[in-house]
Ligand binder design. Structure first.
Ligand code: ATP
Length: 234
């Protein structure tokens, strides 16, 4: 579904991504792992058209999307829930969700999507008229994921969805990610919670200093001695 070939990304003179190649098959849940600053967010932003490639190629269902603008990618079915949530704090929960549906004209479609999101996250329904800035961190994360789902994506890019959340909420977010996979959404998951990510992923790539260091099935990586030592505490 998504294929990245030899991606190189720079911030001015500094190379953040070095010859990175990976692919995601339709229906897969692929995790992108690595320490702080390894380049995970840069890869997500590059796929979603927010960061320019210096060289390399990204194809989506066979179409070259290397230079496609972000809003057009949403129409093609690629949506992201960004790191740090980036919700609109002064708008209500409902208004934040409606913004995520900017590519849809039919009210009925938007209504159906909102119902789907409220079924996934009942807490959002209870708070739909509240300013999003008044929500807890966990609720804001749910809202960020909900907003990304409003465009009915086929490929969902999730950047650190469990960051800073209490354990119970981490569980809830991971359950929802598994539900989305069962509902045929293909997912690229960036996570610092390596163990939990590998528990639910099909495959994973490990980034180190902007380059792919390891990749394999989640099961193989869970048993890999380098991964155990660097990320799983033993
Ligand atoms: P984190 O988990 O901390 O977000 P990450 O793996 O997502 O880390 P990136 O945010 O993609 O890493 O950063 C990759 C590298 O690029 C880092 O060295 C970072 O300092 C650098 N970088 C990121 N954004 C910028 C920017 N806007 N300008 C300059 N350098 C940047």
């Amino acid at each position: 579904m998504l294929k990245a070939d030899n991606l190189n990304v720079f911030y001015d003179q500094i190379q953040a991504i070095k010859d990175v190649s990976f692919e995601i098959q339709e229906g897969e849940l692929v995790a992108l792992l690595g320490a702080n600053g390894a380049g995970k967010t840069t890869i997500i932003r590059t796929i979603s058209g927010l960061q320019k490639l210096r060289s390399g190629k990204i194809t989506y269902n066979g179409q070259d999307i290397s230079t496609t603008e972000a809003h057009k990618l949403v129409r093609l079915g690629i949506s992201q829930s960004p790191e740090g949530r980036q919700i609109f704090g002064r708008l209500t929960v409902l208004e934040n969700l409606q913004i995520g549906a900017f590519i849809k004209d039919k009210k009925a479609d938007i209504g159906a999507e909102i119902k789907y999101i409220y079924d996934l996250f009942p807490a959002l329904k209870e708070r739909e008229k509240l300013a999003a800035g008044a929500l807890s961190g966990g609720e804001q994360q749910m809202l960020a994921i909900g907003r990304a789902l409003m465009s009915s994506p086929k490929l969902l890019l999730l950047d650190e969805p469990s960051l800073g959340l209490a354990p119970l909420l981490v569980e809830k977010i991971f359950e929802v990610i598994q539900t989305l996979k069962r509902n045929n959404i293909t997912i690229l998951l960036v996570e610092q919670n390596v163990y939990k990510a590998l528990e639910i992923a099909d495959r994973a790539y490990v980034l180190e200093s902007g380059a792919i260091k390891l990749h394999g099935t989640a099961g193989d990586l869970l048993n890999n001695s380098e991964v155990k030592k660097a990320y799983l505490g033993g």
